[in-house]
Design a protein around this ligand. Structure first.
Ligand code: IPD
Ligand code: CA
Ligand code: CA
Length: 262
């Protein structure tokens, strides 16, 4: 569980950005006077966390490429390696004082995610994985759940907000899934949803209209914890399509039949 040099760089960066966000999170509640005041403060906290991550990750690996939610894309001198970063996943939770948000960092090599770190600073849980090395939370190994009965299983998703066009599809998913399972959760951080599937806390997760930085670290953490993960439309590509479905192996085919309507 020592981890490669790159994984250590990622964990150090995630902890540093997480500490900065946690400090700002404690201020958010005092700022709830006006939504705009709090919103601007959270945007600054988000940007500050991204600046820390950029400093740490590109400082240590200046030839790598970079793509992050707030700061766009940098093509690296090394075209085969790229950091994929969401400094703050779960922004709406953060803004509302809900302690469920995370820093997410992935390393892509030749189009494949080879390492991922998701740091929940409010609960001090650091989820991480490297290709072929297993997945961990802090110093414990992660393993997806073993549940195979839909009626005992809990699934997570994201609900479309603010007039998003995919509401009808999501409502259809829920109409099919809810009668068949033990519950559906919408906790507001896709990165943590995937980490929780890896930890066996949720039995599966699906969502549409995500960005690469919401999912990249989660992809390898779920795989290394023994989960199955696919693009929602078979034959597609998770990160470029922005649609994902994942679950433990025992439930995957039942769950995906319900969600894919097949
Ligand atoms: C959001 C969260 C949320 C998901 C949204 C994302 P953000 O990321 O992952 O769970 O449903 O689609 O945009 O905006 O908090 O970084
Ligand atoms: Ca996000
Ligand atoms: Ca974000």
């Amino acid at each position: 569980m020592g981890g490669s040099a790159n994984l250590n760089i990622m964990m150090k960066a995630a902890r540093k950005a997480g500490r900065s966000l946690a400090k700002d999170f404690r201020e958010v509640e005092n700022l709830q006077v006006s939504m705009k005041g709090a919103g601007d403060f959270v945007s600054r906290a988000d940007l500050a966390a991204e600046a820390i991550l950029k400093d740490e990750l590109l400082g240590a690996r200046p030839t790598y490429g970079w793509v992050a939610e707030e700061g766009g894309e940098i093509e690296g001198q090394d075209p085969t390696r790229r950091w994929i970063v969401d400094p703050l996943d779960g922004t709406t939770n953060f803004l509302h004082g809900l302690p469920h948000w995370a820093v997410s960092i992935a390393l892509e090599h030749k189009g494949q995610i080879v390492a991922g770190v998701i740091y929940d600073a409010a609960k001090d849980e650091l989820f991480f994985a490297e290709k072929g090395e297993g997945a961990f939370v802090n110093d414990a190994r992660l393993r997806v759940s073993g549940r195979s009965a839909m009626i005992e299983s809990i699934f997570a998703t994201g609900l479309p907000f603010g007039g998003r066009a995919d509401l009808p599809e999501t409502l259809q998913d829920l109409a099919r899934l809810l009668p068949a399972c033990a519950g559906v959760r919408r906790w507001g951080s896709a990165a943590l949803d995937m980490a929780y599937v890896a930890a066996g806390r949720y039995d599966g997760f699906w969502e549409r209209r995500l960005n690469a930085w919401d999912m990249a670290a989660g992809v390898i953490i779920v795989k290394e914890a023994g989960g199955l993960i696919e693009p929602l439309t078979p034959g597609g590509d998770i990160l470029s399509d922005g649609e994902v479905i994942c679950a433990n192996e025992a439930i995957f085919s039942k769950f995906s039949k319900v969600i894919r309507g097949a």
